[in-house]
Write a protein that binds this ligand. Structure first.
Ligand code: ZN
Length: 324
Protein backbone atom coordinates (compact mmCIF):
# COMPACT_ATOMS: atom_id res chain seq x y z
CA UNK A 1 0.00 0.00 0.00
CA UNK A 2 1.06 3.57 -0.71
CA UNK A 3 -0.28 6.49 1.30
CA UNK A 4 -0.57 9.85 -0.43
CA UNK A 5 -0.70 12.52 2.22
CA UNK A 6 0.51 16.03 2.90
CA UNK A 7 -0.11 18.46 5.76
CA UNK A 8 -1.48 20.87 3.13
CA UNK A 9 -4.74 18.90 3.50
CA UNK A 10 -5.04 20.20 7.07
CA UNK A 11 -5.01 23.80 5.89
CA UNK A 12 -8.58 23.74 4.55
CA UNK A 13 -10.30 24.49 7.84
CA UNK A 14 -13.49 25.97 9.24
CA UNK A 15 -13.98 28.76 11.73
CA UNK A 16 -15.93 27.16 14.56
CA UNK A 17 -17.23 23.62 14.44
CA UNK A 18 -17.83 21.76 11.20
CA UNK A 19 -17.91 17.96 10.74
CA UNK A 20 -15.54 18.21 7.75
CA UNK A 21 -12.43 19.44 9.53
CA UNK A 22 -8.67 18.72 9.70
CA UNK A 23 -9.10 16.47 12.72
CA UNK A 24 -10.51 13.84 10.34
CA UNK A 25 -7.11 13.23 8.79
CA UNK A 26 -5.47 13.17 12.22
CA UNK A 27 -7.90 10.39 13.20
CA UNK A 28 -6.93 8.44 10.08
CA UNK A 29 -3.24 8.94 10.70
CA UNK A 30 -3.43 7.80 14.33
CA UNK A 31 -5.49 4.74 13.38
CA UNK A 32 -3.08 3.69 10.63
CA UNK A 33 -0.03 4.38 12.81
CA UNK A 34 -1.42 2.18 15.59
CA UNK A 35 -1.85 -0.69 13.16
CA UNK A 36 1.54 -0.26 11.50
CA UNK A 37 0.17 0.97 8.17
CA UNK A 38 1.45 4.55 8.26
CA UNK A 39 4.34 3.97 5.87
CA UNK A 40 5.24 4.16 2.17
CA UNK A 41 4.25 7.81 2.06
CA UNK A 42 4.14 9.58 -1.28
CA UNK A 43 4.09 13.36 -1.57
CA UNK A 44 0.98 14.49 -3.49
CA UNK A 45 1.32 16.59 -6.63
CA UNK A 46 -0.58 19.83 -7.12
CA UNK A 47 -2.99 19.91 -10.07
CA UNK A 48 -2.93 22.59 -12.75
CA UNK A 49 -6.04 24.65 -13.39
CA UNK A 50 -6.23 23.01 -16.82
CA UNK A 51 -6.69 19.64 -15.08
CA UNK A 52 -9.72 21.05 -13.24
CA UNK A 53 -11.14 22.30 -16.51
CA UNK A 54 -11.38 18.72 -17.80
CA UNK A 55 -14.25 18.16 -15.35
CA UNK A 56 -15.43 21.59 -14.18
CA UNK A 57 -16.63 24.72 -15.97
CA UNK A 58 -14.18 27.61 -16.00
CA UNK A 59 -16.71 29.92 -14.37
CA UNK A 60 -17.11 27.53 -11.42
CA UNK A 61 -13.34 27.14 -10.98
CA UNK A 62 -12.97 30.91 -11.01
CA UNK A 63 -15.85 31.29 -8.52
CA UNK A 64 -14.11 28.94 -6.07
CA UNK A 65 -10.74 30.63 -6.53
CA UNK A 66 -12.21 34.04 -5.79
CA UNK A 67 -14.19 32.89 -2.80
CA UNK A 68 -11.05 31.27 -1.33
CA UNK A 69 -9.58 34.73 -0.81
CA UNK A 70 -11.45 34.98 2.51
CA UNK A 71 -13.07 32.55 4.91
CA UNK A 72 -16.76 32.12 4.27
CA UNK A 73 -19.56 29.76 3.37
CA UNK A 74 -20.18 29.31 -0.35
CA UNK A 75 -23.48 27.58 0.44
CA UNK A 76 -25.38 26.36 3.49
CA UNK A 77 -22.83 23.71 4.41
CA UNK A 78 -19.62 24.24 2.41
CA UNK A 79 -16.92 26.60 3.64
CA UNK A 80 -13.71 27.90 2.08
CA UNK A 81 -10.74 29.67 3.64
CA UNK A 82 -7.54 31.22 2.29
CA UNK A 83 -5.74 27.89 2.05
CA UNK A 84 -8.67 25.92 0.61
CA UNK A 85 -7.50 26.65 -2.93
CA UNK A 86 -4.11 24.98 -2.48
CA UNK A 87 -5.66 22.11 -0.46
CA UNK A 88 -8.27 21.50 -3.17
CA UNK A 89 -5.76 21.75 -6.02
CA UNK A 90 -3.48 19.28 -4.26
CA UNK A 91 -6.36 16.88 -3.52
CA UNK A 92 -7.29 16.92 -7.19
CA UNK A 93 -3.69 16.49 -8.36
CA UNK A 94 -3.18 13.69 -5.88
CA UNK A 95 -6.07 11.64 -7.29
CA UNK A 96 -4.59 11.99 -10.80
CA UNK A 97 -1.11 11.06 -9.60
CA UNK A 98 -2.49 7.94 -7.89
CA UNK A 99 -3.87 6.75 -11.24
CA UNK A 100 -0.53 7.30 -12.98
CA UNK A 101 1.13 5.15 -10.34
CA UNK A 102 -1.67 2.56 -10.16
CA UNK A 103 -1.35 1.87 -13.87
CA UNK A 104 2.33 1.03 -13.39
CA UNK A 105 2.12 -0.73 -10.06
CA UNK A 106 -0.68 -2.97 -8.81
CA UNK A 107 -1.25 -1.85 -5.24
CA UNK A 108 -3.64 0.07 -3.03
CA UNK A 109 -2.99 3.76 -3.68
CA UNK A 110 -4.71 5.57 -0.83
CA UNK A 111 -5.30 9.29 -1.33
CA UNK A 112 -5.89 10.80 2.12
CA UNK A 113 -7.16 14.11 0.85
CA UNK A 114 -9.39 17.00 1.91
CA UNK A 115 -11.63 18.66 0.85
CA UNK A 116 -13.70 15.70 -0.40
CA UNK A 117 -15.10 15.73 -3.93
CA UNK A 118 -17.92 13.42 -4.99
CA UNK A 119 -20.78 15.93 -4.58
CA UNK A 120 -19.14 18.54 -6.83
CA UNK A 121 -20.58 18.63 -10.35
CA UNK A 122 -19.45 20.44 -13.49
CA UNK A 123 -20.76 23.80 -12.33
CA UNK A 124 -20.82 23.06 -8.63
CA UNK A 125 -24.10 21.80 -7.24
CA UNK A 126 -25.27 18.67 -9.10
CA UNK A 127 -28.56 16.77 -9.64
CA UNK A 128 -30.76 19.16 -7.67
CA UNK A 129 -28.73 18.76 -4.50
CA UNK A 130 -29.23 21.60 -2.03
CA UNK A 131 -25.49 22.28 -1.68
CA UNK A 132 -21.96 21.15 -2.51
CA UNK A 133 -21.92 18.88 0.55
CA UNK A 134 -18.47 20.01 1.82
CA UNK A 135 -16.89 19.42 -1.64
CA UNK A 136 -15.06 21.89 -3.91
CA UNK A 137 -13.57 19.98 -6.84
CA UNK A 138 -14.42 16.41 -7.78
CA UNK A 139 -11.16 14.58 -7.09
CA UNK A 140 -12.32 11.18 -8.26
CA UNK A 141 -13.58 12.75 -11.51
CA UNK A 142 -10.01 13.89 -12.16
CA UNK A 143 -8.91 10.30 -11.61
CA UNK A 144 -11.59 9.04 -14.02
CA UNK A 145 -10.35 11.35 -16.78
CA UNK A 146 -6.79 10.09 -16.19
CA UNK A 147 -7.87 6.41 -16.36
CA UNK A 148 -9.57 7.17 -19.70
CA UNK A 149 -6.15 8.07 -21.13
CA UNK A 150 -5.08 4.46 -20.57
CA UNK A 151 -8.21 2.30 -20.88
CA UNK A 152 -11.53 2.34 -22.74
CA UNK A 153 -13.66 1.60 -19.70
CA UNK A 154 -13.45 3.11 -16.24
CA UNK A 155 -14.95 1.56 -13.15
CA UNK A 156 -15.59 3.63 -10.05
CA UNK A 157 -17.15 2.24 -6.88
CA UNK A 158 -18.48 4.82 -4.43
CA UNK A 159 -19.32 3.39 -1.00
CA UNK A 160 -19.61 6.70 0.83
CA UNK A 161 -23.00 6.69 2.57
CA UNK A 162 -24.15 9.62 0.41
CA UNK A 163 -24.80 9.38 -3.31
CA UNK A 164 -21.93 10.61 -5.50
CA UNK A 165 -24.17 12.99 -7.41
CA UNK A 166 -21.32 15.14 -8.72
CA UNK A 167 -19.47 12.19 -10.21
CA UNK A 168 -22.69 10.89 -11.73
CA UNK A 169 -23.50 14.28 -13.28
CA UNK A 170 -20.05 14.89 -14.76
CA UNK A 171 -20.05 11.55 -16.59
CA UNK A 172 -23.79 11.22 -17.22
CA UNK A 173 -24.27 9.78 -20.71
CA UNK A 174 -20.67 8.57 -20.91
CA UNK A 175 -21.25 4.84 -21.08
CA UNK A 176 -17.55 4.11 -20.71
CA UNK A 177 -17.69 5.38 -17.15
CA UNK A 178 -19.32 2.68 -15.06
CA UNK A 179 -20.13 4.21 -11.69
CA UNK A 180 -21.49 1.88 -9.02
CA UNK A 181 -22.75 3.79 -6.03
CA UNK A 182 -23.79 2.13 -2.75
CA UNK A 183 -25.56 4.67 -0.59
CA UNK A 184 -28.36 5.30 1.88
CA UNK A 185 -31.64 6.05 0.16
CA UNK A 186 -33.61 9.05 1.37
CA UNK A 187 -30.81 11.21 2.78
CA UNK A 188 -28.62 14.00 1.33
CA UNK A 189 -28.20 14.77 -1.61
CA UNK A 190 -31.52 13.13 -2.64
CA UNK A 191 -30.38 11.68 -5.98
CA UNK A 192 -29.32 8.11 -6.81
CA UNK A 193 -32.59 6.16 -6.94
CA UNK A 194 -32.42 2.57 -8.20
CA UNK A 195 -34.04 3.53 -11.51
CA UNK A 196 -31.66 6.44 -12.10
CA UNK A 197 -29.29 5.23 -14.81
CA UNK A 198 -27.90 6.10 -18.22
CA UNK A 199 -26.99 2.44 -18.71
CA UNK A 200 -23.62 2.73 -17.00
CA UNK A 201 -24.53 4.30 -13.66
CA UNK A 202 -25.59 1.71 -11.10
CA UNK A 203 -27.31 3.14 -8.06
CA UNK A 204 -27.48 0.69 -5.19
CA UNK A 205 -29.83 2.74 -3.04
CA UNK A 206 -30.14 0.87 0.25
CA UNK A 207 -32.71 1.38 3.02
CA UNK A 208 -31.91 3.10 6.32
CA UNK A 209 -30.16 0.92 8.90
CA UNK A 210 -28.62 -1.45 6.35
CA UNK A 211 -26.06 -3.85 7.81
CA UNK A 212 -22.75 -5.39 6.78
CA UNK A 213 -24.61 -8.40 5.42
CA UNK A 214 -26.94 -6.19 3.39
CA UNK A 215 -24.00 -4.42 1.78
CA UNK A 216 -22.10 -7.67 1.23
CA UNK A 217 -25.14 -9.25 -0.41
CA UNK A 218 -25.48 -6.26 -2.76
CA UNK A 219 -21.79 -6.42 -3.57
CA UNK A 220 -21.83 -10.15 -4.29
CA UNK A 221 -24.92 -9.92 -6.48
CA UNK A 222 -24.35 -6.64 -8.31
CA UNK A 223 -20.79 -5.35 -7.94
CA UNK A 224 -19.02 -8.66 -8.49
CA UNK A 225 -20.65 -9.54 -11.84
CA UNK A 226 -19.83 -6.05 -13.18
CA UNK A 227 -16.23 -6.31 -11.94
CA UNK A 228 -15.95 -9.72 -13.63
CA UNK A 229 -17.34 -8.40 -16.89
CA UNK A 230 -15.17 -5.30 -17.11
CA UNK A 231 -12.10 -6.86 -15.48
CA UNK A 232 -10.48 -3.43 -15.05
CA UNK A 233 -6.78 -3.05 -14.46
CA UNK A 234 -7.41 -0.10 -12.16
CA UNK A 235 -10.46 0.30 -9.93
CA UNK A 236 -11.30 3.74 -8.56
CA UNK A 237 -12.98 3.97 -5.18
CA UNK A 238 -14.75 7.00 -3.78
CA UNK A 239 -13.89 5.88 -0.30
CA UNK A 240 -16.18 7.40 2.30
CA UNK A 241 -16.50 5.74 5.69
CA UNK A 242 -19.64 7.50 6.92
CA UNK A 243 -21.81 4.36 6.55
CA UNK A 244 -20.01 3.01 9.62
CA UNK A 245 -22.41 2.59 12.53
CA UNK A 246 -22.63 5.83 14.55
CA UNK A 247 -20.17 7.74 12.38
CA UNK A 248 -22.56 10.64 12.74
CA UNK A 249 -24.28 11.72 9.54
CA UNK A 250 -26.37 8.67 8.57
CA UNK A 251 -28.16 5.61 9.94
CA UNK A 252 -26.29 2.74 8.30
CA UNK A 253 -24.89 0.09 10.61
CA UNK A 254 -21.67 -1.04 8.99
CA UNK A 255 -18.71 -2.33 10.98
CA UNK A 256 -15.19 -3.46 10.08
CA UNK A 257 -16.75 -6.52 8.43
CA UNK A 258 -18.00 -4.76 5.30
CA UNK A 259 -14.91 -2.61 4.83
CA UNK A 260 -12.53 -5.57 5.23
CA UNK A 261 -14.69 -7.51 2.80
CA UNK A 262 -14.59 -4.67 0.25
CA UNK A 263 -10.82 -4.31 0.56
CA UNK A 264 -10.39 -8.05 0.17
CA UNK A 265 -12.65 -8.19 -2.90
CA UNK A 266 -10.45 -5.60 -4.61
CA UNK A 267 -7.11 -7.27 -3.87
CA UNK A 268 -6.62 -8.56 -7.38
CA UNK A 269 -6.88 -5.06 -8.86
CA UNK A 270 -4.76 -1.98 -8.67
CA UNK A 271 -6.91 0.34 -6.57
CA UNK A 272 -7.01 4.10 -6.26
CA UNK A 273 -9.04 4.92 -3.14
CA UNK A 274 -9.80 8.61 -2.78
CA UNK A 275 -11.08 9.71 0.63
CA UNK A 276 -14.57 11.21 0.64
CA UNK A 277 -16.61 11.30 3.88
CA UNK A 278 -16.22 9.65 7.26
CA UNK A 279 -16.31 11.84 10.33
CA UNK A 280 -15.42 9.84 13.42
CA UNK A 281 -15.50 6.11 14.11
CA UNK A 282 -15.73 5.31 10.40
CA UNK A 283 -12.29 6.83 9.88
CA UNK A 284 -10.93 5.28 13.04
CA UNK A 285 -12.14 1.74 12.36
CA UNK A 286 -13.65 1.46 8.88
CA UNK A 287 -10.72 2.89 6.93
CA UNK A 288 -8.06 0.67 8.57
CA UNK A 289 -10.34 -2.34 8.04
CA UNK A 290 -10.52 -1.55 4.31
CA UNK A 291 -6.72 -1.27 4.15
CA UNK A 292 -6.28 -4.51 6.08
CA UNK A 293 -8.75 -6.34 3.85
CA UNK A 294 -6.78 -5.28 0.80
CA UNK A 295 -3.38 -6.11 2.31
CA UNK A 296 -4.23 -9.36 4.09
CA UNK A 297 -7.51 -10.59 2.61
CA UNK A 298 -10.67 -11.38 4.55
CA UNK A 299 -12.89 -14.46 4.56
CA UNK A 300 -16.66 -14.23 4.90
CA UNK A 301 -18.59 -17.23 6.11
CA UNK A 302 -22.29 -16.75 5.97
CA UNK A 303 -24.35 -13.71 4.99
CA UNK A 304 -27.88 -12.96 6.16
CA UNK A 305 -29.27 -9.93 4.34
CA UNK A 306 -32.66 -8.47 5.24
CA UNK A 307 -35.68 -9.35 3.10
CA UNK A 308 -35.94 -5.65 2.16
CA UNK A 309 -32.43 -5.62 0.72
CA UNK A 310 -32.96 -8.94 -1.06
CA UNK A 311 -35.90 -7.26 -2.85
CA UNK A 312 -33.85 -4.12 -3.65
CA UNK A 313 -31.11 -6.26 -5.18
CA UNK A 314 -33.58 -8.30 -7.25
CA UNK A 315 -35.09 -5.12 -8.62
CA UNK A 316 -31.70 -3.66 -9.41
CA UNK A 317 -30.64 -6.80 -11.28
CA UNK A 318 -33.76 -6.52 -13.43
CA UNK A 319 -33.05 -2.84 -14.16
CA UNK A 320 -29.49 -3.61 -15.25
CA UNK A 321 -30.19 -6.90 -17.01
CA UNK A 322 -28.00 -8.90 -14.66
CA UNK A 323 -28.71 -12.65 -14.37
CA UNK A 324 -31.18 -13.29 -11.49
ZN1 ZN B 1 -20.71 11.08 2.71
Amino acid sequence: MKIYYDDVFLKHRPVGYHPENPERLKIVRRALEERGYWKNLVKPKVAEVEDLLKVHDGSYVEFVRERCEHFGYIDSDTYVCKDSWISALTAFGCAIQCVENAVRERDLHLALVRPPGHHAGKRGVAFNAPSLGFCLFNNVAGAIVKVKEFFDKVLVIDFDVHHGNGTQEIFWGDLDVVHIDLHEHGIYPGSGALEETDGAKVNIALPHYSSDDDYIHAWNEVVDPILDEIDPKVVLVSAGFDAFSNDGLATMELTEKFYSFAGSKLRKFSVVAVLEGGYSVGLERGLPAFVEGYVKGYEIEEVNPSSKVIEVVKKLKRIHGLPP
